[in-house]
Design a protein around this ligand. Structure first.
Ligand code: ATP
Ligand code: MG
Length: 308
């Protein structure tokens, strides 16, 4: 059973300026398997927040099916909610209360044991600073306090909208460590981001969304490798001899600075062809495509959402 299952989700926002309609979701499909840290990656305005709000029953879709932990939403939302932690709207905390006191209040409202507060603060690494006022917290600490609030109910599924927004590389690393830890304890995480590099660092699988539709989904490696033909780059002492051997083997070789670029092959195959002829490369490996380019090409033209 998938932790999140979304099929054919549609949402048009009506009203607003000059009563214009905005198509936020245009048949979105999304499947998150249990235990994944799944990135929901798309440019600004592609429908990420709308999707997460629909999952939480905060926005009603025009069409589509949603299941969370096997339960249809919104029909059985009440049954799913106790198992789902979320930070979708920027969480509000009382700035002059400590992080701990803020969570104590929220735990009391939710009817959770006080011990859950300490547990959550420990998991996000805020235990040391829990007695300080929230107004003295850094952005990263506030984000982690928000995640701690979501973790207090020991959720099986965590939904996070742009948890790395505004964080520096160290903060992103902390989020990555936290997500990996949660995944190791069996929590499924769905987190949105508009930054490819963050999803690459934090997530194991990804769905790329553009204009309210999923354009690609799978493991991070597979998705980001998907648009690039296999290429191998290598350096050898005698490029002419290597080129001859590889061309004879049916491969296409191009020269780029000091490197030979071999198309349509995997490294082991190139290695074997050369080794059989007694040619040993100084360096040889896959040529990683420019991942930013892959993302941009998949989401191109998505800055402009056409009217519904
Ligand atoms: N309450 C609303 N009323 C009208 N239009 C809305 C509303 N919320 C979102 N939209 C529109 O729906 C589209 C998708 O917005 P959404 O916030 O879901 O995108 P997003 O992927 O979260 O973007 P970002 O990366 O900027 O957070 C946008 O065109 C947005 O203007
Ligand atoms: Mg958003």
């Amino acid at each position: 059973m998938a932790a999140v299952e979304v099929a054919g989700l549609r949402k048009v926002y009506r009203g607003g300026l000059r009563r214009r309609e905005r198509r936020a979701l245009d048949g979105l499909d999304l499947v998150v398997a249990p235990g994944e840290v799944h990135g929901f990656l798309g440019p600004n305005g592609s429908g990420k927040t709308t999707t997460l709000r629909i999952l939480l029953g905060l926005v009603r879709p025009d069409a589509g099916e949603v299941r969370l932990l096997g339960r249809p939403v919104p029909a059985e939302l009440a049954g799913a909610v106790p198992e789902i932690g979320s930070v979708v709207e920027a969480p509000r905390f009382f700035p002059s209360f400590s992080g701990r006191r803020n969570l104590d209040l929220l735990a009391r409202v939710a009817g959770l044991e006080p011990a859950r507060v300490d547990e959550a603060l420990e998991i996000v690494g805020l235990a040391d600073r829990a007695r300080d006022r929230v107004k003295g917290y850094s952005l990263g600490m506030r984000q982690r306090l928000g995640i701690a609030q979501a973790l207090m109910k020991r959720p099986r599924l965590l939904l996070l909208d742009e948890p790395t927004n505004g964080l520096d590389p160290a903060g992103i690393r902390e989020v990555r460590r936290l997500m990996a830890h949660l995944a190791s304890t069996g929590v499924t995480v769905l987190l949105s981001s508009h930054m490819l590099s963050e999803v690459q660092q934090i997530c194991t699988s990804v769905t790329i969304v553009a204009q309210g539709r999923a354009v690609r989904t799978g493991t991070v490696d597979a998705v980001l490798a998907g648009d690039t033909a296999a290429r191998v780059r290598l350096r050898v002492a005698d490029p002419a001899a290597a080129t001859a051997v590889l061309t004879e083997g049916g491969l296409t070789v191009a020269h780029q600075d000091d490197w030979l670029m071999v198309s349509g092959a995997v490294p082991s195959e190139v290695n074997r062809l050369l080794g059989e002829r007694g040619i040993w490369a100084d360096e040889l490996g896959p040529d990683h495509a420019d991942l930013e380019d892959v993302f941009l090409s998949l989401t191109q033209a998505s800055q402009e959402i056409p009217p519904a």
